[in-house]
Design a protein around this ligand. Sequence first.
Ligand code: UDP
Length: 314
Amino acid sequence: MKSKRPTSVITGAAGFLGSHLTDLLLSRGHKVIGIDNFITGSVDNIAHLAGNKDFRFIQQDVTEFLFLDGPVDYVWHFASPASPIDYLNFPIQTLKVGSLGTHKALGLAKEKGARFLIASTSEIYGDPLMHPQREEYWGNVNTIGPRGCYDEAKRFAEAMTMAYHRQHKVATRIVRIFNTYGPRMRLNDGRVVPAFVSQALKNKPITVFGEGTQTRSFCYVSDLIEGIYRLMMSNHPLPVNIGNPTELTMLQFAEEIIKATKSRSKIIFKPLPQDDPKQRRPDITRAKTVLKWTPQVPLAQGLTKTIAYFRTKV
Ligand code: UDP
């Protein structure tokens, strides 16, 4: 018999998204077992949970066998390097956690009769030829390029998840996460939000890659986590995009950050990294229909909170 209060296992619990998910689940009455090996996660993200009886932490690489006592109701597989710099630095770990780690996490869910959710990504669409991206789109990925280790690991993870769903009847969910920002992003993770905000706060040049015409659409972390929670609690086994469809060029984004920080920074241009997607915006029709979810936090409001966090870090 399952315990009355649900137990959730979160891999990558010390990461940016994993730690916010941990907080949300604890606030909704879950007991949480967090797992992380700290290759890109940080103990600072979960330090506030020290002494919380509903939170247990295990330092482990989730590509190794996961053994846990007791019942588990939900497995949320969030462990992975997730910024272009991180997966360039850890290409093999990125491939392993998306493949072997997903296999272990699915095995745990199967063993416990738990529901499983994989944190997939808009990167599975590669440099997309369909815009905005709908879940039906199969993507345009360079398997052997520098981003291939992440993109293909996540594509494999989706395939493995569907195989467990079909073969073993595990209740599975797939969220495709688009660019997300907020407190607890790592200052030096190379992603555009920490890069631009920290440059702006130090009045240093803002490094726009390429001509800055490439687009992204940024979702505030609380919106994203709410969407993911609703997906887990839904009955929908097929992938769902979660993201904010407000699309900006990177040049516009740099200008927004300068304005929001009241910075004296100037914009400079640096070479565009290989295979950098030219445009990205989620079609969130499915999330709206199936989950009754839409993002609530406008960019200006989300940036204010994010900038306040980074002020304490730079
Ligand atoms: N970018 C930029 N300057 C930076 C860091 C990133 O212009 O200092 C651009 C990058 O080329 C990409 C976009 O910002 O087009 C988003 O990059 P990020 O690394 O945040 O994530 P991605 O969406 O590419 O996975």
